[in-house]
Design a protein around this ligand. Structure first.
Ligand code: SPD
Length: 356
């Protein structure tokens, strides 16, 4: 009898084992499906409690992965190994993904909360008509600094070179960000394709090395909060997060101009759960959810319905919610094409290799 039971159950156990093994491999590779949603976002860019709530509300299991630059995210999605259902690229990367056929158009009939977005953040040149992307957060690149550690007021990019800041500056690690402020400091566009201007910017950046303490990622927030450096080139949202508990610090949009950026939610063409992706986008668009996410992450929300749930002092702070008068003067990164992108990367790498 025992033998018979083993003979009858063994194939079931083996098949179950094989299925479970395939499931595990798929999960490890991030392949989703009807009951899962694979989300690819920047590090430190969501209140993870909201993911739990989304899972409870929809019954979907979220597989959440992070990246630290548009370039890393693009490479991973281009390789196609992982079936991401949601990604969060910035402006120029969205334009590149559209060009390379890497995105699925948004089905607006599945979004009830889209009207919550302020029209000011819609219909940008990187995605006309928002065919492929829905605004998530926005901001600028600027300088956060500690007036107690700096001799005077920082107002411009050139102050990073001209003020006594030896070994006292941190830089956020990003090709476009660093090359961008090098170019802006010389009065050039941060979208220039003029190789002489780019070379000049790289040479000028090299002369900043005596003042640079380190080029870092998300840990920049902790380092500034711990007074490890006097000033840092950061995304505005990181400055806002640092300043939340360190009110003595301040953030400035440099007078030579800077980058205005937009991070949007998209559905990559690898998606296995397009319906779930729309559910996720609509969930994040809900006014109260967006407000909680904004409060947690510290970046500026494009969700105008969320503003009433946020601290008035924060959403009226021109440093983090600059008016159109200010943003109209700033530049959004353009998709410069494969060759130019490679050249920017080459110069940025060369600059990094000159570190002391
Ligand atoms: N830790 C979250 C960082 C998100 C930054 N996105 C800004 C990209 C600007 N190109």
């Amino acid at each position: 009898m025992k033998k018979l039971v083993i003979m009858l159950t063994a194939p079931v156990v083996v098949s179950f084992g094989i299925l479970f093994w395939i499931y595990q491999i798929n999960m490890a590779q991030g392949f989703g499906g009807d009951n899962t949603l694979v989300v690819y976002n920047w590090g430190d860019y969501i209140d993870e409690e909201l993911i739990d709530e989304f899972e409870e509300e929809t019954g979907l299991k979220v597989i959440y992965q992070t990246f630290d630059s548009n370039e890393a995210m693009l490479t991973k999605i281009q390789q196609g190994g992982t079936a991401y259902d949601i990604a969060v690229p910035s402006d120029y990367a969205i334009s590149k993904m559209i060009e390379d056929d890497l995105l699925i158009p948004i089905d607006y009939t599945q979004l009830e909360n889209f009207d919550n977005i302020d029209p000011r953040f819609l219909d940008k040149s990187f995605d006309p008509g928002n065919t492929y992307s829905v605004p998530y957060f926005w901001g600028t690149v600027g300088i956060v600094y500690n007036p107690e550690l700096v001799d005077g007021e920082i107002t411009s990019w050139n102050d990073l070179w001209d003020m006594p800041l030896e070994n006292d500056i941190l830089l956020a690690d990003g090709t476009r960000e660093v090359m961008g402020f090098g170019l802006n400091s010389l009065g050039y566009s941060l979208n220039t394709t003029d190789r002489d201007e780019l070379l000049e910017a790289e040479k000028k950046l090299e002369t900043l090395w005596p003042n640079i303490k380190a080029i870092v990622g998300d840990e920049i927030k902790m380092l500034m909060a711990n007074r490890e450096a006097a000033a840092a080139v950061v995304w505005s949202g990181d400055a806002s997060e640092i300043m939340y508990e360190n009110e003595e610090l301040t953030y400035v949009i440099p007078e030579e101009g800077t980058n205005l950026w937009f991070d949007n939610l998209v559905i990559p063409s690898t998606a296995q759960n397009v319906e779930g992706a729309h559910q996720f986008i609509d969930f994040m668009l809900d006014a109260e959810i967006a407000a909680r996410n904004t409060d947690y992450v510290g970046y500026s929300t494009p969700n105008q319905a969320a503003l009433e749930f946020l601290d008035e002092e924060v959403v009226t702070d021109e440093r983090f919610y600059p008016s159109s008068d200010v943003t109209d003067e700033l530049e959004v990164y353009e998709n410069l094409g494969k060759r130019m992108n490679a050249y920017y990367n080459e110069l940025y790498l060369r600059f990094k290799m000159q570190s002391k």
